[in-house]
Design a protein around this ligand. Structure first.
Ligand SMILES: *[C@@H]1O[C@H](CO)[C@@H](O)[C@H](O)[C@H]1NC(C)=O
Ligand SMILES: *[C@@H]1O[C@H](CO)[C@@H](O)[C@H](O)[C@H]1NC(C)=O
Length: 194
């Protein structure tokens, strides 16, 4: 019996005692990963320019009002429109003309978030539909005081070819129709991605 213990069981016990601490210890929350599992190459800077068409008037608006600010009997309607929210699915085109080449769409919403001036909170995804960028997106979240000459907003992420994207956009109004509210805005985009 003793002989069996030393020749058969003891080696087994030693083998188990060598492997069990790693499995038994509560270390499952940490895993080593490969150094570059996604095979990311050198980060690069891309620059784009296109035109964003916010069409409120006519039979096919691309921006629709979804929230009206509550009417306050004391102040009536705030001159800055504070509290209003529009949902958008705006075309992005190569040139300022609406019938120029469609590059993608800006989908999301903007709300009037400033009581002191007309200042938008913008939360939108640029979804591209041309060439190698077809289906890739960039996400913009930022403040847009629309009557400033140039407004800068952060690019906070992306998908597809824009995975890990970060950067900024500079928006400047190309044309604005005070009567209808329709606007064409030039977007200059600088984005770091892989
Ligand atoms: C605001 O005024 C309207 C009529 O002018 C009235 O019906 C409404 O109850 C008022 N609202 C408040 C919150 O006082
Ligand atoms: C973009 O991708 C969609 C779906 O994957 C496809 O239907 C469409 O033809 C593509 N457009 C271009 C211009 O490649």
């Amino acid at each position: 019996m003793a002989k069996i213990f030393f020749t058969l069981l003891l080696p087994l016990l030693i083998a188990f005692s060598q492997t069990s601490p790693a499995a038994g210890a509560d270390s499952s929350f940490v895993q080593s990963v490969k150094r570059n599992p996604m095979k990311l190459r050198t980060e690069k800077l891309s620059q784009f320019r296109f035109y964003w068409h916010d069409i409120i008037s006519g039979p096919n608006p691309t921006a629709v009002n979804i929230v009206q600010p509550p009417v306050n009997n004391k102040t009536k309607t705030a001159p800055t429109g504070f509290g209003m929210i529009n949902m958008i699915d705006d075309p992005l085109t190569e040139k300022p003309e609406a019938d120029s080449k469609l590059l993608g769409r800006a989908q999301g919403l903007y709300g009037l978030a400033s009581q002191g001036e007309v200042g938008l909170l913008m939360a939108m995804n640029f979804v591209f539909s041309t060439g190698k960028y077809n289906g890739s997106t960039l996400t913009i979240l930022g403040r847009n005081p629309v009557f400033h000459k140039v407004r800068e907003m952060p690019v906070i992420g992306g998908s597809g070819l824009f995975r890990f994207a970060r950067g900024y956009v500079q928006a400047s109004t190309h044309s604005f129709d005070l009567k209808t509210g329709d606007a064409v805005v030039e977007y200059n985009v600088h984005v770091m991605h892989y």
